[in-house]
Design a protein around this ligand. Structure first.
Ligand SMILES: NC(=O)c1ccc[n+]([C@@H]2O[C@H](COP(=O)([O-])OP(=O)(O)OC[C@H]3O[C@@H](n4cnc5c(N)ncnc54)[C@H](OP(=O)(O)O)[C@@H]3O)[C@@H](O)[C@H]2O)c1
Length: 238
């Protein structure tokens, strides 16, 4: 087991499944203690270095309770990966308002609420790494993804402004733009649509867990002090 993140406490939102589970495993296998926030409790979490909670990132009270638990258990937070998101892919003319609101609440407001609480805790330790998870949808602008793509573009804007606000506190804010990764979210989309999107990428393949790990280590690992307000897209998208 690597010791890259040995002394670190890492929060991963949406850690119960999909990309979030991969990200949580990455940090845990490199020595970190990992807190997972997801909508539902994570029965699969077994390790003594994993602490999973049911937290709705779009609800300020729920986020507040989650951070209170982190404060009590660890007294600090070093790294925060804002991975939780929801997607309803439907043409704007028929996208229900409730689905649009859910995407804004989770993908944007949730990222804001969690980043803000993370920064308050990180400031005490005078060190922090906040990473937002965005999507190739921002530059591909696929039909059906109007609100989803807009929320994911906003994740980058949020990180870039917070990067300036937090620069003096040694906290960096960056964004990872993910291409197609095999998860429940991707499984919602028609396979032919996914295949067409992958074929259109400069690097025409799915993203792997190693691809994701490299970007996270670049943003959060040794040598990342001067990297802030940056977005790294996988797959040649920009
Ligand atoms: N998969 C792809 O191809 C792809 C491509 C580009 C970008 N992305 C981005 O990658 C990230 C992960 O996506 P994924 O494919 O792994 O999604 P997923 O399989 O649908 O999993 C989403 C996770 O987020 C959690 N979540 C959703 N709403 C939440 C809320 N309000 N509060 C707390 N947790 C919440 C879910 O919790 P529960 O498990 O409790 O339901 C789940 O653990 C997202 O930011 C997505 O936009 C994915």
């Amino acid at each position: 087991m690597s010791t890259l993140y040995d002394d670190k406490v890492v929060l991963v939102t949406g850690a119960r499944r999909g990309l979030g589970a991969v990200i949580a495993d990455h940090f845990e296998q490199r020595g970190a203690r990992v807190v997972g926030f997801s909508r539902h409790a994570n029965e699969a979490s077994t390790s003594d270095r994993r602490f999973d909670m049911a937290v709705d990132v779009g609800d300020p009270a729920s986020v507040g309770a989650g951070f209170e638990a982190i404060r009590k258990r660890f007294g600090k937070l070093d790294i925060c990966i804002n991975n939780a998101a929801v997607l309803t892919s439907q043409y704007a003319m028929i996208l229900p308002a409730a689905s649009a609101k859910a995407m804004v609440d989770t993908n944007l407001v949730g990222t804001f609420l969690v980043s803000r609480e993370a920064a308050k805790l990180m400031r005490k330790g005078k060190w922090g790494r906040i990473v937002g998870v965005s999507s190739m949808a921002v530059s591909l602008e696929p039909m059906g993804d109007s609100v989803y793509a807009a929320t994911k573009a906003a994740v980058t804007t949020l990180a870039n402004v917070m990067a300036k606000e937090l620069a003096a506190t040694n906290i960096t804010c960056n964004t990872m733009g993910v291409t197609a990764f095999a998860t429940d979210m991707l499984g919602q989309l028609p396979r032919d649509k996914v295949d067409a999107v992958i074929a259109s990428l400069p690097l025409a393949r799915m993203a792997t867990r190693e691809d994701v790990a490299h970007v996270l280590d670049f943003f959060c690992g040794p040598g990342s002090e001067c990297i802030t307000a940056q977005t790294v897209y996988l797959g040649g998208v920009h």
